[in-house]
Design a binder for this molecule. Structure first.
Ligand SMILES: Nc1ncnc2c1ncn2[C@@H]1O[C@H](COP(=O)(O)OP(=O)(O)OP(=O)(O)O)[C@@H](O)[C@H]1O
Ligand SMILES: [Mg+2]
Length: 353
C-alpha cells in the first residue's frame, strides 16, 4: 500500500473527542510530506486555540511512527486563522457531511402556551432515557424556551470556523436555539416568515449535530408562514400536535392538519396537555379546563390521541429550574412508545461493549 495512504489511515484512528470525529474527516490534516522516511504532517485544527493541541500532536507523532518505513515525524501546526476573527458566515455550512440525522419530529400547536415546549422536552428526555441520540432545535425564534427548561443558567454555544457546536444537556441531549446566540436573552427577535425559515435552515446545516437518532423541532406557535417555512426547510418525518382542552378549537386543529398536508407531512398523533388535575390527597381527577375534545378531533382527522397529560406543579417547577430531565410523567410513555413504533427504522445505537 502507498505509504501516504497508510499514514492517512493511521491518522484516521485519531479522534477529536470534542467533535467526535477523526482528524482526517474533520479536514484537520492540511498536508503530509514524505522524504525518505521523514514525514512532516501539517496539522490545522479547526479552532485557533485548540485545547487538545498537545495531546493530538503527540498522538499524531505516535501513530505515524508506527507506519512501516517511517523514521521521523514532525508535526507542523498551521494556524492560518489564529489572528483572524471567526468569519462565521463565510466559513459555515460545511458540516452537513458530518451530520447524520435519522428522524425529524416536529412539535406543533394551533395556539401558544399549550405546552408545546414541554412536550418537545419530554419527548427528547424519554427517548434519551431509552438510549437514543437526541437533538432539539428550538425553532420558536420569537419565544424560545427550550434552553430554559434544559439548563439552569445560559449555556454557551462554542464556535469553530466551520460550525456551531450545540450545548449538551446533563443527560446528553444536544440543544440549539436562537436564544443562545443573542447578546441578551431578553432581546426580542422580530422576523418575518422567510427569514425565520432561513435561520432555521442555518441551524440545521451549520450546527455540528453529529449522529442523531431523533431530532425534535419545537415549531413556532400557530399556523402562520413561519412554521410552514420551517416545515418546508427540514426533512420532517412526522408532526406531533399538542393541544389543551381549552385550546382545542376545531378550526385551529383543522388548520394545522391542512398545513401538514400542504407539505406532505403526516400528523403522528395528538397529545392533550393540562387535561386534568389529580388531587394528591384523594386521587380524584378534576378537569380544570373543561372536558376533553381530543377524541372527537382525533377521530375527525383520523389520527390517534397518544396521551392526556395532567396539570402538575412539579412539572412547572422543574421546568422553571431548567430540570425538565428530572420530570417523571408516566402518562407520556405512550407517546414515546408510539413514536418508536411509527419510526421503526430508527434502531437504538449499539452500545460499545
Ligand atoms: N402539564 C403541565 N403542568 C404544569 N405546568 C405546565 C404543564 N404544561 C406546561 N406547563 C407550564 O406552562 C407554561 C407553558 O408551557 P410551554 O412553554 O411548554 O408552552 P408552549 O406551547 O411551548 O408556549 P409558547 O407558545 O409560548 O411556545 C410553562 O411554564 C410550563 O412549565
Ligand atoms: Mg414554546
Amino acid at each position: 500500500m502507498n505509504q501516504r495512504v497508510e499514514i492517512l489511515q493511521a491518522l484516521r484512528t485519531i479522534k477529536d473527542p470534542e467533535l467526535d470525529r477523526d482528524i482526517v474527516t474533520l479536514n484537520f490534516i492540511a498536508d503530509v510530506k514524505i522524504e525518505e522516511g521523514n514525514v512532516t504532517v501539517h496539522f490545522r485544527p479547526d479552532t485557533a486555540k485548540c485545547p487538545l493541541l498537545d495531546q493530538l500532536t503527540s498522538e499524531i507523532k505516535q501513530k505515524v511512527l508506527q507506519v512501516e518505513g517511517v523514521q521521523e515525524v514532525e508535526v507542523v501546526i498551521d494556524h492560518p486563522k489564529q489572528d483572524e476573527p471567526v468569519e462565521a458566515e463565510q466559513e459555515f455550512g460545511g458540516v452537513q457531511d458530518l451530520n447524520h440525522v435519522k428522524k425529524v419530529i416536529a412539535v406543533m400547536s394551533g395556539k401558544g402556551g399549550v405546552g408545546k415546549s414541554l412536550v418537545t422536552g419530554l419527548l427528547a428526555v424519554s427517548l434519551r432515557r431509552k438510549g437514543y441520540r437526541v437533538g432539539i432545535l428550538d425553532a420558536d425564534i420569537t419565544g424560545p424556551s427550550i434552553p430554559k427548561i434544559f439548563f439552569a443558567g445560559r449555556p454557551e454555544v462554542s464556535y469553530s470556523p466551520r460550525a456551531m457546536l450545540p450545548p449538551v444537556s446533563s443527560t446528553g441531549i444536544k440543544v440549539m436555539s436562537i436564544n443562545l446566540l443573542l447578546k441578551n436573552e431578553e432581546d426580542a427577535v422580530i422576523w418575518r416568515g422567510p427569514l425565520v425559515g432561513r435561520a432555521i435552515k442555518q441551524f440545521w446545516t451549520d450546527t455540528l449535530w453529529g449522529d442523531i437518532d431523533y431530532f425534535i423541532v419545537d415549531l413556532p406557535p400557530g399556523t402562520s408562514d413561519a412554521p410552514l417555512t420551517v416545515m418546508q426547510s427540514l426533512p420532517i418525518s412526522g408532526i406531533l400536535l399538542v393541544t389543551s382542552p381549552q385550546g382545542l378549537a376545531d378550526m385551529v386543529v383543522r388548520k394545522a392538519a391542512n398545513m401538514a398536508s400542504q407539505v406532505g407531512v403526516p400528523i403522528l398523533g395528538i397529545v392533550e396537555n393540562m387535561s386534568f388535575f389529580k388531587a394528591p390527597d384523594t386521587g380524584t381527577e378534576y378537569e380544570i379546563f373543561g372536558p376533553s375534545h381530543a377524541d372527537e378531533t382525533a377521530n375527525a382527522l383520523e389520527i390517534p390521541v397518544l396521551a392526556r397529560l395532567p396539570i402538575d406543579s412539579n412539572i412547572a417547577i422543574l421546568c422553571d429550574q431548567g430540570k425538565v430531565e428530572e420530570c417523571q410523567v408516566p402518562e407520556f410513555n405512550a407517546v414515546t412508545a408510539w413514536i418508536e413504533r411509527v419510526t421503526p427504522d430508527c434502531q437504538l445505537p449499539k452500545m460499545p461493549a
